[in-house]
Design a protein around this ligand. Structure first.
Ligand code: ARG
Length: 463
């Protein structure tokens, strides 16, 4: 079939070679951005007197009718037209005649595709920012209901010190806050217009890049045409930010999986976020959490893929860059669905308060309380640590916990221990007394929730 770039060629590629080079199977995702970019470009060509008003009208009309069709999913793409840009240009020419070919005046597919991707990613990143915000609100809501729910806090996955369950949930709130800030900051660099850079060197036509940038809603322009068409940093940055976000989701997913297990039983997932086994009738599997943990692999993969694609590329455009799209699209989809699923999973899970509170009673996670108690009485902390360590060893030997130790026994370990120790050893006191800024103490959590609310309120997604 005749190509739009046919002039220089005598022969045609075989279908299978043509298919190898084509990107239409995936870059059709950019149809709206491509049409929007073309409409604005043509308006500018007209206003700068580069094409006549009459031609511009015809072309814009044609582009708008393609847009209406695209909205209804009625465009039929053809692999022999290679990519979304050539497909649309061909459709335009078919619709309005050869004048349609003027759409590409002063433009190249190189600045065109870069423009499309900037537009696409800007829109998607804003959606992601909002979706992170929705998740944070759910976390805050859950946390507010569990300020006084006491749970074991871990290090090395060994019971360490009791904490408020709200504190644990809010740790993820702040991770997400940083993730959101990273996306927000990246918008500055996504929000740049490459349009008008041409193939690599700019154009001889008296175009107005400022005008197209403004009409497309971009805040600024690329200063260098070579950079404009060969920059994919904004995609690398998006993939990096997404990798960090999904790493956080994956850690959280891992905890959800542990908590939902028979061994922990700290939470129960809503039936709609779990699945059964085809053979074992008793099973309720946390598939959604596992999938999110698993999908982390593909997002990291896309990041490494993109970095590798770019690493040896000479300026400016190279066809290698066509490989930038699938990973970006897949990451957008993966991040957005993972956020949505996670939000619902946390919103609907139930927290087993009895299990949690029983867990902190049958362990030695109050050992620090006793050590701190002795240190507060003037014993150097290192010695206090040793005294308590020996006592714990003794208790393990006798099959009991610190709260079961009689006062006389305590006094044998250290005569400074008094009756008041029993209250101090309760998990409630252990949590409540950790009132240092950012600590798990109930008062601190209330303050933290206020700070979280403030952080959510002050945000605004740039236009
Ligand atoms: N489909 C191409 C891509 O996505 C568009 C740019 C083509 N430019 C070129 N000089 N062949 O990279």
């Amino acid at each position: 079939m005749k190509k739009l770039w046919n002039g220089r060629f005598k022969d045609y590629a075989a279908d299978w070679i043509e298919e190898f080079g084509a990107s239409i199977s995936f870059d059709q995702e950019l149809v709206m951005e491509d049409l929007q970019g073309s409409i604005v470009h043509v308006e500018m060509l007209k206003e700068c007197g580069i094409i006549s008003e009459e031609d511009a009208e015809l072309i814009t009309g044609g582009l708008k009718s393609l847009k209406a069709k695209a909205e209804k999913n009625e465009l039929l793409y053809d692999v022999s037209s290679e990519d979304i840009h050539l497909n649309l240009e061909k459709m335009l020419i078919e619709k309005i005649g050869p004048v349609g070919g003027k759409v590409h005046t002063g433009r190249s597919r190189n600045d065109q595709v870069a423009t499309d991707m900037h537009l696409y990613l800007k829109k998607q990143v804003k959606e992601i920012i909002n979706e992170i915000g929705d998740f944070q609100e759910v976390l805050m809501g859950k946390a507010s209901g569990h300020i006084e729910t006491i749970a074991p806090g871990y290090t090395h996955l060994q019971r360490a010190q009791p904490i408020s369950f709200a504190h644990h949930l809010m740790a993820y709130f702040w991770m997400l806050q940083r993730d959101k800030e990273r996306y927000q900051d990246s918008l500055k660099r996504i929000d740049l217009s490459p349009l008008g850079a041409g193939a690599l060197a700019g154009t001889t036509f008296p175009i107005d890049r400022q005008m197209t940038a403004e009409k497309l809603g971009f805040s600024d322009l690329y200063e260098n045409s070579l950079d404009a068409v060969s920059d994919r940093d904004f995609i690398v940055e998006f993939l990096s930010n997404s990798s960090i976000l999904i790493m956080h989701l994956s850690r959280f997913a891992e905890e959800v999986i542990l908590w939902a297990s028979q061994e922990f039983q700290f939470i129960e997932l809503h039936d709609s976020y779990a699945t059964g086994s085809s053979i074992m009738p008793q099973k309720k599997n946390p598939d959604m959490a596992e999938l999110i943990r698993g999908k982390t692999g593909r997002v990291y993969g896309h990041l490494i893929g993109m970095l590798t694609i770019l690493k040896g590329l000479p300026l400016a455009y190279n066809k290698d860059m066509q490989e930038d799209k699938e990973g970006m699209f897949d990451t957008v989809k993966t991040i957005r669905t993972s956020l949505k699923v996670f939000t619902g999973m946390i919103e609907t899970m139930s927290v087993n308060e009895q299990r949690l509170s029983a867990a902190v009673r049958k362990d030695f996670s109050n050992a620090t309380e006793l050590a701190d108690y002795l240190a507060a009485k003037g014993i150097p902390f290192r010695e206090a640590h040793e005294i308590v360590g020996k006592l714990v060893l003794k208790c393990i030997g006798e099959g009991k916990y610190l709260s079961d130790v009689k006062l006389e026994e305590f006094k044998e370990s250290c005569p400074l221990i008094e009756e008041s120790i029993y209250n101090i050893l309760t998990p409630e006191q252990a949590v409540m007394r950790r009132n240092s800024y950012g600590g798990t103490g109930f008062e601190q959590i209330k303050l933290q929730l206020k700070q979280a609310e403030k952080a959510l309120k002050k945000e605004c997604v740039p236009q």
